[in-house]
Structure formats: structure tokens, C-alpha cells
Write a protein that binds this ligand. Structure first.
Ligand SMILES: *Cc1c(COP(=O)(O)O)cnc(C)c1O
Length: 381
């Protein structure tokens, strides 16, 4: 059977390890795992199924919520983004919790549910300084009382989002928490109302005393631009991008490689061709910048990355057609991290992860399956 020569490998065992460590760190708070954008490129349903130990999922849209429900995911799911009127019926039909950021939207939901016995499960989104979605405290207070007085709403939580958490001592963090805390002082609520604020950066450096749930996304995927505290040091990325050498040639000194000859060989060089390119979501700006791993050694990409292929200068090194190539991840004692790749692209790891597309198949390493499942599914030499 012909299989893709390039693929993404996801180690669900490491996902479970990360979740365990974060769970201990955030205790006694609840764990809401954001799995928007195809679980940061890791695969929405597979990640949800393997994340048995979290309490909640958060997604960005109705569509992602429906996909999870259709895959039989039973945990509470919070839709973070704004919604439009014609989505209300599906949000409720699929038992999705959603965010209320204005009185207008609350009234639309109320109208929709008028005369019915079903309830909308909602989280009130409080504006504390991100200026994205969210209602300013004064209005939020009105909305809160409106929701509380209505038969048609079950208020599940109140939340906000930190704008500058990656800079722990940025004064705006304290400001946002102050706004949130003052809002909470003004209203009455039961102990089981979910109060949540922190994303990954917040969880690492500054959880608020009033929050009883947190929303660490990137950290769960094992990636952090910030230094991790000691109890979280074993958290690791479990996303690997792999391919295999598809072609090999020896070229003479002074030979231009690839489109526009942006690389010239200094001496006789061995050039390996790898069947992956920007058409798979591997950024073209990594041309003549990034390295790959073959047989445990780091080699530079030379010339422009093409849509479907790229060339690697292995100098006098050894590589054979069929050898595994690691573009992100580990091989023997070498490693290429998402953080270093994203710096080369002058972006953040989130964007690199979201870029890989459907041309790359995702393979899952999962201890709940027989040990041979992976080898059977892997592309065959
Ligand atoms: C994406 C998102 C998160 C998770 O952010 P990370 O930086 O990945 O932890 C949390 N809350 C909201 C509202 C989000 O949109």
C-alpha cells in the first residue's frame, strides 16, 4: 500500500504525562483544555479522547464543538468565540456551553428558548483588558442578573482572558485580576460557579487566588516560551514532524541548489532530497535556515524549500534513500524544537502548529493499543 512519505507523529502517552503534571500543579482548580484549531494541529478528536483526566474542553467555534459531540465526547465543552443568532439552536442541541458577552446575545437566546424547557449553559465573558470579546464590568453585572433571573439559562461560569501573561511582571496582569476580583465582589454566586482566567502563561507564573478553573492550552501540548517551574520540568512536546529521504546525489563544488540557486556548494557535497515542503505547511522561510536530523545528526536545509520537496546538505555524512528524517522532534540524542523553528519564522509555536495541513497524516502512539499498532500503521520501507 502506498503511504505518505511525510507524516506527523503524536505521542499520546506524553500528552497524558503532561496532563498529570499540570493537574497536580493547578490543584485544586479544575482543568479546562483548549483544543481549538484541531487541538493546536494535533488532531481534535484524538486529543480529546486521550485527555481522560481533564474536566472540560474549550473550542473556538460551534463547528469544532459539533465535531467533538459527533465523536461521542461527553465532557463539558465550552465554545469560546462569539456566536451568531442562527447558531443558537445547534449550540443547545449539541449540549455545548457558550460565552455570553452582551445583553443583546442573551436576549436572542432567551427568545429562542421561550416556552421551551431546555436551558442554555453559559459562561459570562468579562472584559478585563483584552478588548476582544467580553462585556465591561458594569454591563456584565446587568447581564449576570438577567441570566440569573431567567429560567432559560444555567450560568456555568464567569471568565476573562489575560492579554500580557507571557510577561509575568507586566503591570497589566495585576490590573486585569483586580478588575475581575472587583467584579466578583459585587455579585453573589455559589461555590460551584466556575471562575476562570489563566491560559498557559498564567498557569505557569501567576494563577489568581479567585480562579477555580484554568485553561492551559499550549502548555498541555508541552510547549512554553517561558521557563518552567521545577514541578513542570518533565513536560515535553509530543509532536514530531517526520519524513524519509527520497533521493540522493553527489554534486560538484560551485553547484547551485534549487530554485534561484540561493545556495551554492563550497565543495563536493552529498545532497539528500526530502519529500516535504510548504505545500504541507513546512514554512518556506526556513530555507537555508533550519536543520533536519538524519541518523542522529543535524544537517542544514540548502536552497529554497519547494512546494513538495526540500534539499538537505549532508556534506560528507551518511544518509540512504528511505532513512527517517526528523524535521521537528528528537532522533537519538538530537532534538529540533518548535520554539527554535518558530523563532526562525519570526512567529510563535502556535502558528507553526496550526499550519500543517491534511496532506500530512497523523499517527498516534497510544499505550492503550497493542504495541504493534504503530509499526503496522507506519509507512513501510
Ligand atoms: C486559546 C485560549 C486559551 C489557551 O491559551 P494558551 O496560551 O494556549 O494556554 C485560553 N483561553 C482562551 C480564551 C483562549 O482563546
Amino acid at each position: 500500500m502506498q503511504r505518505q512519505l511525510s507524516w506527523i507523529e503524536i505521542d499520546l502517552n506524553q500528552l497524558r504525562k503532561n496532563i498529570k503534571l499540570i493537574k497536580q500543579w493547578i490543584y485544586p482548580r479544575k482543568y479546562c483544555l483548549p483544543i481549538k484549531a484541531n487541538a493546536y494541529g494535533h488532531g481534535l478528536v484524538e486529543i480529546a479522547k486521550a485527555s481522560e483526566e481533564v474536566d472540560y474542553f474549550a473550542v473556538s467555534s460551534l463547528q469544532e464543538g459539533i465535531e467533538l459531540r459527533q465523536a461521542d465526547i461527553k465532557k463539558p465543552i465550552l465554545v469560546l468565540g462569539g456566536f451568531l443568532e442562527d447558531q443558537i439552536s445547534d449550540l443547545i442541541a449539541y449540549d455545548l456551553e457558550f460565552s455570553i458577552s452582551s445583553l443583546f446575545k442573551a436576549e436572542l437566546v432567551e427568545q429562542f428558548l421561550k416556552g421551551s424547557t431546555s436551558q442554555a449553559k453559559v459562561h459570562l465573558k468579562l472584559e478585563t483588558g483584552m478588548q476582544r470579546t467580553g462585556s465591561r464590568p458594569q454591563t456584565a453585572e446587568k447581564i449576570y442578573h438577567y441570566l440569573k433571573a431567567s429560567q432559560n439559562f444555567e450560568i456555568k461560569g464567569i471568565y476573562s482572558h489575560l492579554a500580557c501573561a507571557e510577561t509575568p511582571n507586566h503591570p497589566f496582569n495585576a490590573y486585569q485580576k483586580k478588575v475581575f476580583a472587583e467584579f466578583l465582589d459585587k455579585i453573589s454566586f455559589a461555590d460551584d460557579l466556575l471562575i476562570h482566567l489563566s491560559n498557559s502563561a498564567g498557569v505557569i507564573s501567576q494563577m489568581a487566588p479567585f480562579e477555580n478553573m484554568v485553561r492551559p492550552g499550549l502548555l498541555t501540548f508541552g510547549i512554553s516560551a517561558m521557563e518552567l517551574p521545577q514541578p513542570l520540568l518533565d513536560i515535553e512536546s509530543f509532536f514530531s514532524l517526520k519524513s524519509r529521504v527520497s533521493y540522493f546525489k553527489v554534486v560538484e563544488p560551485g553547484c547551485g541548489i534549487g530554485y534561484n540557486h540561493t545556495f551554492l556548494t563550497q565543495k563536493q557535497s552529498r545532497i539528500s532530497t526530502v519529500p516535504i515542503g510548504y505545500g504541507d505547511g513546512y514554512w518556506r522561510c526556513l530555507s537555508n535556515q533550519a536543520h533536519v536530523l538524519i541518523r542522529g545528526k543535524k544537517y542544514p536545509i540548502c536552497g529554497q524549500i519547494c512546494m513538495d520537496q526540500l534539499m538537505v546538505n549532508i556534506g560528507e555524512g551518511e544518509a540512504y534513500v528511505g532513512d527517517e528524517v526528523v524535521l521537528i522532534g528528537a532522533q537519538k540524542d538530537q532534538k529540533i524544537t518548535l520554539n527554535e523553528i518558530s523563532k526562525m519564522c519570526q512567529t510563535i509555536p502556535y502558528e507553526i502548529l496550526c499550519h500543517f495541513n491534511e496532506r500530512l497524516e497523523r499517527y498516534y502512539i497510544n499505550r492503550h493499543e497493542p504495541a504493534c499498532a504503530l509499526t503496522m500503521e507506519m509507512p513501510q520501507t
